[in-house]
Design a protein around this ligand. Sequence first.
Ligand code: SF4
Length: 505
Amino acid sequence: MTRLPTVWVFGDQLNRNIGALRGREPGDCRVLLIESELKIASKRWHRQRLHLVLSAMRHFAAELEAEGFDVDHRRAPSFVQGYTEHCAAFDVERLIVMEPMSWDVAALLGRLPGDVDVETLRNDQFFCHYDEFATWASDRKSFKMEDFYRWQRTRHGVLMDGPEPAGGKWNYDHDNRERPPKDGRAWPPITSFELDDIDTEVIAMIDALDGGVWGSGPDGTWPVTRDQALTRLDEFVATGLEPFGPHEDAMLGEEWKLAHSVLSSCMNLGLLHATEVVEAAEVAYRERDLPLNSVEGFIRQVLGWREYVWCVFWRWMPDYRSRNHLGATRQVPPAFTGEASTEMNCVSNAVQHLDDHGYTHHIERLMVFGNLALTSGVDPWAMTEWMWASFVDGAEWVMLPNVIGMALHADGGMMATKPYASGGAYINKMSDSCKGCRFDPKKRTGDDACPFTTLYWDFLARNADQFSNNHRMGQQLAGMRRLSDLDAVRDRAAEVLDALDAGTL
Ligand code: SF4
């Protein structure tokens, strides 16, 4: 048997042109992919999430084999055991990997058994490596996303006209906060990819798991190969990018994605590279004169927010995952997990989207799930794990900063200077859920009071001491103290929290 170096490709690095596979030819290495049973059993995965990762890995292995690579794609009780079995089977002397996306896999590489020579290549899945971010951040008192984003735009020459931002402004957010349209328009269609034999195998495997999964099964929504991912990118740029901006924050019960790109899972698995996504958007802007607010808003999500989240994750780990600044201890409500139904229309709609697709867009994540979890006091790590397991684009590096930092303020303001707490008014403005809901977004007491509104005021009262030195919270705290019925609000909040825990809200 030929003694080849092993290239170990993790399930979120599925790209022939990055990291340890870039420049490799069949015959000069053996490729290892491992499906860990321990990992599969570690969470209550959404069916589409679990299927997506396993199917994409199996498709990638098949593509490499078709190209002529020697591929060892194995199922094993754990990553370590799979690796150990692979080393024994092929008498491995040298292992080549790209820096993992996950903290735990990075830690695992540091304690692999045996005396194999391990070469770790720099992760090149992003515009910005976290080492570059650390250098950029080193002489700053704070490192805000906006500053990082402008630095990224400038140094990579993205949406720039010489030294100036295209159109003269860095940020067109104020054009992107329109309420949901009432014209019943059709939103950009996306291809549904045909499920093949590999998908069928994975679905059968998931069906055979002894519980531990939830949500609707795969229906071809999510690209599992690079070709499919490129199709999704092409169709977004062709039909989705133009209408994306104005309604990017709007929520509609009957429409799960509006004009969102739904490209995040492709990028997070490695099927698409962030650079090609951003480049495609900018080319469309230059060649087709697309509205700048849509193009800038989309590029901000990829070049700004996504990269920022990736970099702060590596800067703040491992302590970051145990942050719980507000001492929140509640478990994830059964109304979120599909274990109980709810009369809160906004939550019910978001859960339906999640159940159907393993996906909701960013405002449903932040202002419905995140907002209710924040104001009710859900444990940050429990919420992180739930979102990580439930969304097709979930990963530890994605969910930790988004949940602990952005949604739950569990980092005490490292990421967002004030908590994203709001009552029912915001949801009433930005969605069509309140119309027809049995609760009233304007009411804070009584049986028909909106739970979001009641819990918003209770949250402020509960955490008033924590926020007393935060000048950005001054107005909200003053508003809470002016409430003549605060005692009644807090009594109603206690009832709401009990019902939330019991799954009867
Ligand atoms: Fe959600 Fe409250 Fe509106 Fe009902 S009234 S949809 S619970 S925000």
